[in-house]
Design a protein around this ligand. Sequence first.
Ligand code: 2DT
Ligand code: MG
Length: 217
Amino acid sequence: MVQSRGALIAFEGLDRSGKSTQCQLLADHLRTQGHTVSNMRFPNRTTPIGLMINSYLAGQMQAEDHVIHLLFSANRWESAAEIERLIAAGTTVVLDRYYYSGIVYSAAKRVDGMDLKWCRQPEVGLPRPDVCVFLDVDTEVAKRRGGFGEERYENAEMQGRVRELFAELQARGRHEGDDIVVVDAGMEVEEVQNRIWRVVDGVVDGVVNKMAAEEMT
Ligand code: 2DT
Ligand code: MG
């Protein structure tokens, strides 16, 4: 039997929605089922572009809004070939944020002309996730989980707009083919985890079965 490709799974959500925790739990879960799994996060702050993004988020560097948008996108493009390579080799890749954040956070700044459509353009052609799990928490719950951090964008106004725009992106996704699944992340970690696993196990099985079906034809 030919080795199946890996799945590409993206996590999105507001700050404090539990993304990083759930990315880790999912990776462990998939490994116990025998999958090879690799975790990545965006922005990837370790590359030269990522260091610039880090300075921008920390408020140590200023950048024109289009410029920082393109740097966030470039930061994904510098990992695109690696993601393709891993998936082709059978590794499932779990992403902590991806181009959905790229589109939504920039559009939430309400800069003239930078709407969802404009913001999507530099992302076109990046490896497309088999599913995007959106962890939904209202801003009140997020606040109770430790409040806002120190970085740019970590304020109530921005978070509120980001949440609205994620909802809009998700509504459009139904027409544009983006597969975004919303999971209520306001519950206990284990309950959230179980819901995510149900969704992702189905997607991973789908990827494997599709390969098997194609092999038979
Ligand atoms: P973390 O706190 O998860 O490290 O994110 N962001 C992220 C963007 O504005 N554009 C992007 O393309 C990505 C991936 C979201 C840092 C902040 O950067 C925002 C929060
Ligand atoms: Mg953060």
